[in-house]
Ligand binder design. Structure first.
Ligand code: TRH
Length: 396
């Protein structure tokens, strides 16, 4: 007999179990989204088992804080039969999620077939129309089991975004707490007090464009502090000879030329990542999760999208900015820079500098627009609330 799914989970005595499976392609995004989803499901009342194949990346995102006892991480090696059997012996899953098209191991598939639960294929975020159309659709498996596509997105009809309860209150509390801000600045390696300059968080992929962007920042002449997260951009600047070999080797190191100061910041645990964005005036973010968090933070942003073969990322990039057009108040300058950053259309040095200068001069208006977009996103139910809302319909 199939077991009855728990719904809604928080009204049961034993927390329902959610199983998540994640195979990391590269970087931090796959495991970053899986960890965030695990935490959010736990917050919504689930106990969570997370199978993943990149312990070092998970450890980096966790920092020194352990996972709550209700989230158990398993190193996914081979078919993970033992850990799956142990989890199953404790409690059958009510929800099984394979992230980003990773195939479930046989023991998890067997559990899906035996127990009547919700099975989701949690796909990459996209604002493209096909993604909204595909979201929530079933994909009937050969044995008659149904798996549903879950595609996160920005509209009411999409799979939503992951967002923790009380997000705005946490942001407001942090912004009202100078001691917490100073402590975070110290941990990041930022100078104790910010100078009068635009503070730009910058987390992007390696590429030849960074030397050109540095030249544009310098030519624009506006005071600018760029907080460089992770190593990829710094590596590109070294390779291009745009900064000396010895520069920016350690978190906290600073390289300054004219109005532009580059600061290498340390990697923070994911639980602190939002606060870094809250501290900044604007952000250049990448991939999926940091891109979403900058929007939730209400920050003016440029998106360095994850590059794909044959420029397949460009329709995705343009679909997002089409949807969020009001969020970029100087469409021409913003789109030109966005396309330049993402190798869609290169700018001349003069045009790059001019577009950057225009954007910085419009920063207050840009911030207002970004906060409106933030408000729109915060008013929508988050991805996990949407899963729970559709539960009766999907599980039947
Ligand atoms: O790291 P990313 O580039 O991740 C990805 C992967 O490359 C993936 O394969 C690809 O498909 C996907 O992008 C689209 O970028 P992302 O998604 O922003 O993930 C970074 C994570 O790292 C995010 O959860 C925030 C976190 N982070 C910290 O926790 N602390 C830090 O200091 C920094 C810089 C990031």
């Amino acid at each position: 007999m199939p077991s009855t799914p728990f719904f809604p989970p928080k009204h049961t005595d034993t927390p329902p179990a959610a199983w998540l499976f994640c195979r990391v392609i590269d970087n931090y995004g796959d495991i970053g989204v899986s960890l965030r989803l695990a935490r959010r499901l736990n917050e919504a009342g689930f106990q969570v088992a997370l199978w993943h194949d990149r312990p070092a990346a998970l450890a980096k995102l966790l920092g020194e804080a352990p996972l709550p006892a209700a989230i158990r991480a398993h190193h996914w090696q081979g078919d993970a039969a033992e850990s799956i059997a142990a989890e199953l012996a404790a409690v059958a899953p009510a929800l099984v999620i394979e992230t980003f098209g990773c195939d479930l191991p046989p023991a998890a598939l067997a559990a899906v077939r035996t127990h009547r639960q919700l099975w989701l294929n949690w796909e990459y975020l996209s604002a493209e129309p096909w993604a909204e159309a595909m979201h929530g659709k079933p994909s009937l498996q050969a044995d008659g089991t149904e798996k549903y596509f879950w595609l996160m997105g920005f509209s009411e009809t999409s799979g939503g975004l992951l967002r923790e309860a009380g997000y705005l209150k946490k942001q407001q509390a942090f912004l009202a707490n100078p001691a917490a801000q100073a402590a975070l600045r110290r941990r990041l390696g930022l100078p104790e007090t910010p100078r009068r300059a635009v503070q730009c968080f910058c987390f992007g992929y390696a590429g030849a464009q960074w030397a050109d962007w540095l030249a544009a920042w310098q030519a624009a002449g506006e005071a600018l502090d760029v907080w460089l997260a992770d190593r990829q951009i710094i590596h590109s600047l070294h390779q291009a000879g745009a900064i000396p070999e010895h520069a920016l080797r350690e978190p906290g190191s600073v390289w300054q030329d004219g109005a532009v100061r580059l600061i290498r910041i340390g990697f923070v645990p994911q639980a602190e990542f939002d606060a870094v964005l809250w501290l900044a005036d604007m952000a250049i973010v990448r991939g999926e999760d940091s891109f979403v968090r900058a929007q939730l933070a209400g920050k003016p942003l440029l998106w360095h999208i994850y590059p794909q073969a044959e420029q397949a990322h460009l329709p995705k990039l343009h679909a997002f900015w089409h949807k969020a057009a009001a969020f970029a108040p100087l469409p021409a300058a913003h789109q030109a820079l966005s396309d330049d950053l993402n190798h869609a259309a290169a700018l001349t040095p003069a045009a790059r500098t001019e577009s950057w200068r225009q954007l910085l001069q419009q920063l207050p208006q840009w911030r207002q627009a970004a906060e409106q977009w933030q408000g729109k996103l915060l008013r929508q139910p988050d991805a996990v609330e949407r899963v729970l809302a559709r539960w009766p319909e999907l599980v039947g």
